[in-house]
Design a protein around this ligand. Sequence first.
Ligand code: NAD
Ligand code: WQD
Length: 339
Amino acid sequence: MPGKILVTGGAGYIGSHTTLLLLEAGYQVVVVDNLSNSSLESLRRVENLTGKEVVFYKADIREKDKLISIFEEHQIDGVVHFAGLKAVGESTQIPLEYYEQNVYGTVSLLKVMQQFNCLRIVFSSSATVYGDPATVPITEDFPVSATNPYGRSKLYIEEIMRDLAISNDAWNIILLRYFNPIGAHDSGQIGEDPQGIPNNLMPYISQVAVGKRDKLSVFGGDYPTIDGTGVRDYIHVVDLSDAHVKAIQKIESLNGVSTFNLGTGKGYSVLQMVDAFKEGAGKAVPYEIVERRPGDIAECWADASLAEKILGWKASRGLQEMVNDTWRWQSSNPNGYKN
Ligand code: NAD
Ligand code: WQD
């Protein structure tokens, strides 16, 4: 039965799409976000699109007092936890910031949840926890490892949550390991709005297509893949968000910790993405093949059949829809939420 969900990081890319879908599914949503990597405009647009209210608190998840007053004010039935830092390269430069915001921030949130006996949480983990997988597709029982502080922070949080579930079997915890989220809501109103130079492929391609950047640097042309460029499992952000709604709907029946891959099960190379963009946006994307990016792997895609079996979730949007929706968002908001 729908209730009230706290969404941390709800003003961000995946959080805003998930907030929209939770509202559409009949949930009330309370968002906590420090706006370090987002703007309130995303939630204003979510309210316009849904005709429903988002209760918003500008707060940092490390500020336990603020979290306590939010839990005092609202009877929270479950938490979807997105808040955290996510740039792999940056995490190697400022590792302590990643451990503090991601790991300590999560501990702070979990303590307050425990205090209020709110024991249901869905957590944003990442396919990065599989390191360099020996084979593809990847199932949830593959060995995990990390090569950078960002990935390590996700692994630590997963372990902390497992310890918590052992300490008290009333916890219901769902770890969602995302593959590569791209795309935007089909209204073109909300989407990914990276600050500065994008780290990820799709926002970079779309900024080249819209004329904000000259050309794409393709990191490596000599991988043992279909065309020498890296292969990833790109998943539409609305499919990904829908998995969070399904997770919240099922969470009460899943005791302890459950872990699911969220991907499509298909991999596309960098050059295939460039071609798909050309096709969908009608814009050429000039590119140059350069050195491999340190830490990158050749290929990675998910076996997401467990999520289908247990959550009743399967990605339904294909590559062309991901590209078209990205382009609709980027071309109607060339400067993101900054008008
Ligand atoms: P995002 O940066 O758009 O969203 C994160 C949100 O959390 C932002 O609105 C930011 O302002 C907020 N935030 C950050 N630190 C905070 C803190 N200490 N207190 C309160 N709010 C804070 O990123 P996203 O792409 O939407 O990612 C959401 C989650 O999913 C992250 O945990 C990320 O690690 C994880 N994830 C993302 C990807 C991806 O490629 N986008 C892949 C796998 C996992
Ligand atoms: C995809 C492909 C690049 C940019 C990262 C994180 C992972 C997760 C998702 C959070 C690769 C190539 C990229 C560019 C390029 N995030 N590329 N030129 O590296 O698979 O995953 O984001 O959890 O943890 O590591 O995604 O979009 O950066 O790269 O050629 O300018 O595109 O080499 O093959 P990645 P990505």
